[in-house]
Design a protein around this ligand. Structure first.
Ligand code: ASP
Ligand code: MG
Length: 402
């Protein structure tokens, strides 16, 4: 018995049948004697549809109005879910973000949660209501509605769990948990029982789209234990926490990210300050750089390569032109690349992890373009056409099927 926060993503509430399914999960938890706060996203592709609607009217809608529009998606979900819960005979009350006390920064479209004034939430729980809260939204100091950035409902759920000292925070989705690789693509991908916050953060950032990475950061900060599980198949999911059982695993996951562009600049002068100037220009343009590689200088010149997301490729090239007086032929942009990564806290203390990964790629005749490492991650950049083969090969090397 305790306070349980349950979050359901857009696919879990996509239609009436799914909403009823969620209501059954929620009421079951409630009838077991728990207090329940539920956070929901907009149904199915509603948020995308709303954005498309906005763009039909105005290609550059103001961010304030876009937030006003987008928050309506979650408003639909909370009302429908509360009605479904009532139909199953339990008391429910729906609350928008502002009613639930979500105070955010003022940046529309990517607001940060500043505080949660949980009085109303607590009062509703004390009245034994199941409280259904709209995820992904809050209110800023101008009393305007804001949204937290795409996928922000996970963060709403974790924030409530932290503010109310919930005993558990369950994130329901359409997959059974966190897997060692994409189970739809990699045969032998296994569901993890447990994973650490840091590993999950790396996986989330690397494109394993189970949890929004801000929500994991927040869970780590406030030590909120998360469970990722399926709303459709009722089996135990994956627990995300500070220290996780290693289960003899050196590597916890293999990921592929194809939203990568590699930009190379050749023939730049081999003098101090070049990298500084280039990367500060990129930072000014708010372009996030991932892997960086600089060649050894020769004959007074050197090369620098780096990766950015595909949508930032053009902006990065612009920044290069602003920094150096450089010929177009000395800038090469390649969008046919993919980043393959392995993640695992165990590799910190195990030598030979990188060589094992490179060997698996070599055995499949896959060429490595760039390499980047951190304490718990190794990433390689390869040709996009080899990406799926590379994931399977690396997965097999580290996580053979039992
Ligand atoms: N509905 C919002 C989105 O699609 C928030 C979320 O799903 O978490 O980004
Ligand atoms: Mg959504």
């Amino acid at each position: 018995m305790g306070l349980i926060v349950q979050k359901f993503g857009g696919s879990s509430v996509a239609n009436a049948e799914r909403v009823m399914n969620v209501a059954r999960i929620v009421t079951e938890t409630y009838r077991q004697g728990n207090d329940v706060v539920v956070v929901v996203s907009a149904q199915g592709d509603t948020t995308d549809d709303l954005i498309a609607k906005a763009h039909e009217i105005n290609e550059k809608p103001s961010k304030r109005e876009l937030d006003m529009l987008m928050t309506s998606g979650e408003q639909i979900s909370i009302a429908l879910l509360s009605m479904a819960i009532e139909k199953l005979g339990c008391p429910a009350v729906s609350l928008l973000g502002w009613q639930a006390g979500f105070n955010t920064s003022s940046s529309y479209g990517s607001a940060r949660i500043k505080s949660i004034k949980a009085d109303r939430l607590k009062a509703e729980v004390d009245r034994h209501n199941i409280v259904v809260v709209a995820g992904f939204q809050g209110i800023n100091k101008y009393d305007d509605l804001t949204t937290l950035g795409r996928g922000g409902s996970d963060t709403s759920a974790v924030a409530i769990a932290a503010a109310m000292h919930a005993d558990r925070c369950q994130i329901f989705t359409d997959v059974e948990g966190v897997f060692t690789a994409d189970p739809r693509k990699v045969p032998g991908a296994q569901k993890l029982q447990e994973i650490t916050y840091d590993e999950m953060l790396e996986l989330a950032t690397l494109g394993a789209q189970v949890l929004n990475n801000r929500s994991v950061e927040m869970a780590k900060k406030y030590n909120v234990e998360l469970e990722v599980l399926s709303s459709l198949k009722r089996v135990p999911g994956t627990i995300v926490k500070e220290v996780a059982k290693m289960e003899k695993m050196l590597v916890r996951g293999v990921t592929k990210d194809t939203d990568v562009a590699r930009i190379s600049i050749t023939n730049i002068p081999n003098i101090p300050g070049i990298a500084f100037k280039l990367f500060s220009k990129l930072a000014q343009a708010r372009i996030n750089v991932d892997i960086i590689l600089q060649s050894v200088g020769r004959d007074g010149t050197k090369d620098i390569s780096f990766t950015v997301s595909k949508e930032n490729a053009e902006g990065a090239i612009e920044a290069i032109h602003k920094t150096f007086d450089i010929d177009d032929k000395d800038i090469i942009c390649d969008k046919n690349v993919a980043k393959i990564s392995i993640v695992g806290a165990g590799m910190e203390t195990h030598p030979g992890t990188a060589s094992k990964m490179f060997e698996a790629l070599f055995e499949h005749d896959i060429n490595i373009d760039m390499i980047a490492t951190s304490e718990i991650k190794i990433s390689v950049l390869i040709d996009a056409k080899d990406a799926d083969r590379a994931v399977s090969a690396v997965h097999k090397a580290f996580l053979p099927e039992e």
